[in-house]
Design a protein around this ligand. Structure first.
Ligand SMILES: Nc1ncnc2c1ncn2[C@@H]1O[C@H](COP(=O)(O)OP(=O)(O)O)[C@@H](O)[C@H]1O
Ligand SMILES: [Mg+2]
Length: 307
């Protein structure tokens, strides 16, 4: 079977994508697949030309134009099945503003937030009327914490907005939630199973799970399965499945949450979670008895399933 491995791309997460692709390629080759590599930054025309010889695509792209439905729509046009969510689900999950509206409608708790306006960059006082410090400023359609800041003081809000607007023309401001950071993967199509919950503890020098804390080896501790009362674990897993369903996702996803005094808050859902063997979802799959190779195989199996 011929698998098109799509990695690289043009987003700020290009390097993360390429790192994951090396590992995924080895696993695919070990599993007996014939692997062809395509980098969407340069190889889209070749992908279209060679489409008839491809059985399935494995998309290892993160961020805009990779995780947001664009590539998914392109593969739909070419008639190539792929792992994970389709165009609509990918686009919804990538848009943190729309995703939060859907979570909230589904009864999931989300941090209070407001969309920023371009003019707020020069005078952000409007945003401080409905929300109180500390705040999190984030580009609406990004990943890997790119362009994000935590703002403790009023005077730091304007520069944080300017930074975020460099990454997207939509920016949101959220209340900062103090609590334990958890993430939970789900796997399946019609039947959805939750993976063990992972707790993330960024090193003391990190205020939150930022780009460095995410990718620098040893910067964060990841505990899987997270040490939580059984009832909380079940609730985290239920919320991950609920988030997956309301965003119309498929195959797999990983939802980031914070467990606070006031309960569990959903932050966002990743439709193409990191895929090195030490990434969060593969770690959780391993704790569930699925090796990295078996996980990759399972994702391809789900890609080829009807419905
Ligand atoms: N409202 C919030 N309160 C506290 N921490 C947050 C909040 N939003 C984001 N964070 C921190 O920033 C990290 C990245 O935010 P997230 O919404 O998951 O975006 P992404 O991972 O797509 O960049 C989270 O893992 C968490 O550490
Ligand atoms: Mg996240």
């Amino acid at each position: 079977m011929c698998v098109a491995l799509l990695a690289g791309g043009k987003s700020g997460e290009r390097e993360v994508s390429l790192a994951g692709a090396r590992e995924a390629e080895m696993a695919l080759v070990d599993n007996g697949y014939l692997v062809r590599r395509y980098d969407p930054a340069t190889d889209l025309a070749r992908l279209a030309e060679e489409a008839s010889g491809i059985d399935v695509a494995f998309i290892l792209l993160h961020g805009p134009l990779g995780e947001d439905g664009s590539i998914q729509g392109f593969l739909d046009l070419l008639g190539i099945p792929y792992q994970g969510s389709g165009l609509l689900g990918s686009a919804l999950a990538m848009d943190k503003d729309l995703a939060k509206q859907l979570y909230r409608d589904a009864g999931l708790q989300v941090p209070a937030w407001e969309m920023a306006r371009t003019a707020d960059q020069s005078d952000p006082s409007r945003l401080l009327q409905g929300l109180s410090l500390p705040l999190v400023v984030k580009p609406v359609r990004q990943g890997s914490s790119l362009g994000m800041s935590i703002v403790d003081r009023e005077e730091d809000l304007a520069p944080a907005l300017v930074l975020a607007f460099n990454f997207d023309d939509q920016v949101m401001v959220e209340e900062f939630i103090v609590g334990r950071e958890l993430t939970c993967g789900v796997l399946g199509n019609a039947e959805l199973e939750s993976l063990p919950v992972v707790e993330i503890i960024p090193g003391e020098e990190y205020r939150f799970f930022d780009y460095q804390a995410k990718y620098q080896a040893g910067a964060s501790r990841e505990i899987c399965p997270a040490e939580l009362p059984a009832g909380i674990t079940a609730e985290v897993q239920r919320c991950a499945r609920r988030a997956h369903r309301v965003l119309r996702l498929r195959g797999y996803s990983r939802t980031d949450m914070i467990l606070a005094e006031k309960g569990l808050y959903v932050l966002e859902t990743n439709t193409i979670p990191g895929m090195t063997p030490t990434s969060l979802l593969p770690q959780a799959a391993a704790a569930h008895g699925l090796s990295f190779g078996a996980l990759v195989d399972r994702l391809i199996e789900l890609a080829l399933e009807d419905g």
